[in-house]
Design a protein around this ligand. Structure first.
Ligand code: HEM
Length: 141
């Protein structure tokens, strides 16, 4: 993407509403995941109690969007594809995850262009998770 209207500095973090806005987004994301049939498979990969999952994703997204590195402060360093390598995530699980995020974004008071931008950006690490998993499965064959 050549046009990065939100990508400079902490522009994305601020457009997402800072710590509070991102917390709301992630709570809505897991609410969607917990209620949609299409997301059952990925919801079942998570613990029943989502408190820590919500905290981790919200903190991670703060830093990922150019804001404070709140995940690192509490949980230490992380690389997203290897952090998921134990999970059977293929195209359909990635699509379900991105769909939940799309529905969660649609609940936020963000401009449509920002929602589109975030989904496009999130699809990048989501794709890397699937690629790594595929490589691991090929090595196991
Ligand atoms: C591709 C679809 C994805 C699926 C199905 C998925 C699923 C999961 C699951 C099941 C967990 C473990 C939760 C737990 O045990 O508490 C997890 C953890 C996590 N995910 Fe994802 N995820 C996906 C994509 C992403 C993306 C794109 C990001 C970031 C942009 C992300 C960020 C995280 C973080 C930060 C954690 C916590 C890791 C840790 O502390 O160990 N995930 N994910």
């Amino acid at each position: 993407m050549t046009d990065r209207p939100y990508g400079d500095g902490d522009g994305t973090f601020r457009a997402a509403g800072g710590v509070e806005g991102i917390q709301r987004l992630v709570e809505d994301f897991y609410d969607v995941m917990s209620t949609r049939d299409y997301a059952r498979v990925i919801r079942d990969m998570h613990p029943n109690d989502l408190t820590i999952s919500i905290d981790k994703l919200a903190r991670f997204l703060c830093g990922w969007m150019g804001g404070p590195r709140r995940y690192k402060d509490k949980y230490g360093g992380i690389a997203i594809p290897p952090a998921h390598k134990h999970l059977p995530i293929h195209d359909s699980e990635r699509n379900a995850w991105l769909n939940c995020m799309q529905e969660a974004l649609d609940r936020q008071p963000y401009p449509q262009s920002f929602k589109d931008y975030l989904i496009e950006q999130l699809a990048v690490p989501a794709g890397r998770i699937v690629n790594l998993r595929q490589k691991i499965e090929q090595l196991d064959e």
